[in-house]
Design a protein around this ligand. Structure first.
Ligand SMILES: *Cc1c(COP(=O)(O)O)cnc(C)c1O
Length: 389
């Protein structure tokens, strides 16, 4: 893939926003996480379009780096990953939709069986094709309870028994708060998972997501499952981010305007210029996945969050007023007048505004910022998907 804008006829000067995805950083993050997994196999979680970065490019890049196991949520994502990495192992975290075992088995992707009913269908219809088994250690979302796991184990799992071979070759569970290393829940999950995994001797086990890999307990078992950290998110909140930034979002200033003291900006007049001010209007809004929680108000109700910001000519500038569908106003009064002209790009994600900082300002998590990234940006991929270094 050439190092160029890839959206049809949209050359850089026509693009409203440019989303740059650094595939070299993605590859280096996977290598770092593989190293941190200390001998366990390191897979890659590429659900939700690889956290907004582009599933095809991410899968091809990671497969070329040596990643052989991928996790997605849905069947559509699994079939897509299968096409991008024909030799890889692909697991569907959201389990087996009823009545689909034969189709899923024939496609060569592996469901993560999440209930007794799913196990029964797979055993009956999948002809012993491989699958994973989800056990619940406290999330109460998907997976077998301790009682159900014991009952299933007593029928024999993996090897053929009674009702046939179920093909289970991996058991997994998921932490509820691995990003809080001091949470006592982490030890509870590790203990429960260790105990439940003894019910399934000889079957590989997997517990750690990105933050789980970084826990001092090193709960790596045989396979780790990082997602967020691959895409540059900080798996160790509150500490220095060990990951390389993958995502950069820049957007064009389409108009500059000077407003008088007392002038209001945007819908519902929620921002009032406290002094003569300079406003930059950028070509991006909530339709591009930039949440209305980025709105900055200084009239009416007090502003509960820091709100959105952009780096304009090297200066961090707050947004002004409500985020519109396609436009956001930025208060650039602190930027020297001659340092900025219409057409310049400002940075919304990248540098000091990394994904975790943006999320904190908006009162959400970086996962949501990434997976909300819109589809109107020109996408620019750095590094060739699938190329070896
Ligand atoms: C999304 C997900 C992951 C990846 O988690 P990150 O925190 O993004 O590393 C791992 N396992 C399961 C079951 C998931 O749903």
């Amino acid at each position: 893939m050439p190092d160029a804008i890839t959206t049809g006829q949209i050359t850089p000067e026509l693009a409203g926003g440019i989303l740059t995805i650094d595939l070299n950083a993605l590859r280096n993050n996977w290598l770092l996480l593989q190293n941190a997994s200390r001998g366990a196999i390191c897979s890659a979680v590429v659900k939700a379009d690889a956290y907004g970065t582009g599933q095809d490019q991410a899968v091809a890049t990671l497969a070329a780096a040596g990643c052989q196991t991928f996790f997605v949520a849905h069947a559509a994502e699994a079939f897509r990953a299968r096409a991008a990495a024909p030799d890889a192992i692909i697991y569907m975290l959201n389990g087996l939709p009823p009545g689909t075992a034969q189709r899923i088995a024939a496609s060569g992707v592996r469901p993560v069986l999440g209930s007794v009913a799913e196990i029964a269908e797979w055993r009956r219809d999948a002809g012993g094709a491989p699958a994973a088994l989800h056990i619940d250690t406290g999330m109460s979302r998907l997976g077998l309870s301790a009682t159900e796991a014991a009952a299933v184990a007593s029928q024999g799992i993996g090897a053929g028994s009674g009702g046939g071979h179920d093909g289970v070759c991996l058991i997994l569970s998921h932490f509820v708060s691995a990003e809080e290393p001091d949470s006592p829940l982490n030890d509870v999950h590790i203990a429960r998972f260790t105990e439940m995994s003894r019910l399934f001797p000889g079957i590989a086990a997997s517990l750690a997501n990105s933050s789980g890999i970084m826990l001092p307990q090193q709960p790596h078992f045989e396979l780790t499952r990082p997602g967020y950290a691959l895409y540059g998110g900080n798996p160790t909140p509150g500490r220095v981010n060990p990951m390389h930034p993958v995502v950069k979002l820049e957007c064009r200033i389409i108009q500059l305007r000077d407003v008088d003291a007392g002038a209001t900006v945007g819908y519902n007049a929620r921002w009032r210029a406290p002094a003569p001010s300079r406003i930059a209007v950028i070509s991006l809004g909530y339709a591009d996945g930039f949440s209305r929680r980025a709105s900055v108000r200084n009239t009416g109700e007090p502003q509960p969050l820091a709100g959105g910001a952009a780096v304009v000519a090297g200066t961090l500038c707050p947004m002004a007023g409500m985020v519109s569908m396609d436009l956001i106003a930025i208060d650039i009064s602190a930027v020297p007048h001659d340092d900025v002209v219409a057409g310049d790009m400002v940075t919304l994600i990248g540098g000091e505004l990394d994904v975790d900082v943006v999320a904190q300002r908006l009162g959400t998590i970086g996962y949501e910022v990434l997976t909300s990234l819109g589809h109107r940006y020109a996408r620019h991929y750095i590094g060739e998907a699938g190329a070896t270094p």
